[in-house]
Design a protein around this ligand. Structure first.
Ligand SMILES: Cc1ncc(COP(=O)(O)O)c(C=O)c1O
Length: 416
């Protein structure tokens, strides 16, 4: 198909078998649907290659090659080298392992900075370093904007700061933090930057080198893939941290030192399916072949970003038309500076009331704190009830957004 500059949404939706169910999925920041090539890869791996990979016999060697292929594709995706990537079961566990691997490099009285915006995954594990004598400082959201203001970081950074943990994009507001600028400040005092890219990567393409990230994390089950997660670490840091694996795994075994036990092999074997999905989008939308994977992804993400901006604009126009809706965060569709994740409360109503009302119409949304517990609390909301969250990705259609709007209108107008 010739380049039109717009995403062919019918083609996209055809790549997600779950969308044929009639459900409109708007809880994508919690977990996205799985792309067809990922499902096919998983089935193939489970039925043909379910062996311990890496031993010197045919199928085992082939299994190892396919896992390596997935690793290579992920690395190219974020502009890293394959040996700078650790695939683990979840971002939460990856951060936990990383934090323990860093402990021997820190001294009593050293400081880590965490935020009260972040999901708990890039939060609690660092705060727990207090048990090892570290001082934990909290970079708090601005009471007026509800966002992290970069100037506030200045008063927290010092020669004692060893690490700053911050999210690239809030899983509540969708706002993107300027992690490149944050990184410059962090590096100026000689500290490390650990970025949670979980809510960013499904919408925009991270470039860990351009960001000069020390550590960057994202979860593949929110990126149309299997339930796994990625920890990127600069090679020098992977070499320098204390291995957390068995005593006989050498410190220079970058692939295994932070990878405890075998990864789920059939899921790992499906990682390459994520790249194949994006390649299918590329081949469908662009006539000119592009050999470089990252360049292909950049042009495909350009299309998906444009589509998401159109969905966002429609949803935000609805939000602006209903004074009972209190949106958390900015009411603009953004130009890559926000993800299509919208959280709000409704005047006089409990957030938990809304998902069941929409469920009757096969519309999936959710409510709560989404593990950004501290943020929801800082907003003055009751963390258990929290916010209503609507999170879109590029496979959502304008027709689905219209269904969502109609259903929300009815739910809001319904007497409580
Ligand atoms: C922003 C953000 N960070 C981290 C996580 C945790 O990811 P995982 O479930 O892979 O531990 C989530 C999950 O919802 C998230 O939204």
């Amino acid at each position: 198909m010739a380049q039109t500059g717009e995403l062919d949404i019918d083609f996209v939706r055809g790549e997600f078998p779950a969308l044929a169910s009639g459900w409109a999925f708007f809880e994508n920041a919690g977990g996205s649907q799985v792309a067809r090539p990922v499902i096919e890869r998983m089935r193939r791996f489970a039925s043909q290659m379910r062996v311990q990979p890496g031993y010197p016999y045919g199928v085992s060697a082939q299994a190892a090659d396919e896992l390596a292929e997935g690793q290579k594709a992920l690395a190219a995706m974020i502009n890293a080298q394959p040996d700078e990537i650790v695939i683990g079961p979840s971002t939460t566990l990856n951060v936990y392992v990383l934090s323990h691997a860093l402990v021997p490099l820190f001294a009593k009285g050293d400081e880590v900075i965490v935020t009260n915006l972040d999901h708990e995954a890039n939060n609690g594990a660092w705060r727990r370093l207090a048990e090892f004598g570290l001082t934990v400082r909290e970079w708090r959201i601005d009471a007026k904007t509800g966002e992290l203001e970069i100037d506030a970081l200045d008063s927290l950074l010092s020669g004692r700061t060893r690490l700053v943990a911050v999210t690239h994009c809030s899983n509540i507001t969708g706002s993107v933090n300027d992690v490149a600028a944050i990184g410059r400040k962090v590096h100026d005092v000689g500290a490390l930057l650990c970025i949670d890219g979980v809510s960013f990567a499904p919408h925009s393409l991270p470039d860990v080198k351009a960001l000069d990230a020390d550590f960057y994390l994202f979860s593949l089950y929110k990126l149309f893939g299997p339930h796994l997660a990625v920890l990127y670490a600069k090679r020098e840091h992977l070499l320098g941290v204390k291995g957390q694996n068995h005593f006989f795994i050498p410190e220079d075994d970058l692939a295994r030192k932070l990878k405890l036990g075998g990864a789920q092999f059939e899921a790992s074997g499906a990682v390459i399916g994520i790249a194949e999905y994006f390649d299918a989008l590329d081949a469908h939308h662009f006539e000119r072949p592009e050999n470089d994977r990252r360049a292909r992804l950049e042009r495909v993400y350009g299309l998906t970003l444009g589509h998401e901006a159109r969905l966002s604009a429609r949803f935000l126009a609805f939000v602006a038309s209903r004074p009972e809706i209190h949106l958390i965060g900015r009411n603009d569709a953004g130009d890559g500076t926000r993800a299509p994740t919208f959280s709000f409360t409704v005047e006089g109503r409990r957030s938990a009331a809304f998902p069941p009302l929409l469920s009757h119409q096969k519309i999936g949304i959710s409510s709560g704190n989404f593990y950004a517990y501290r943020y929801v609390e800082a907003l003055g909301l009751e963390p258990e009830d929290g916010v209503v969250r609507v999170s879109l990705v590029h496979y959502n259609s304008l027709a689905e957004v219209d269904r969502l709007i109609a259903a929300l209108e009815a739910a809001i107008d319904r007497p409580s």
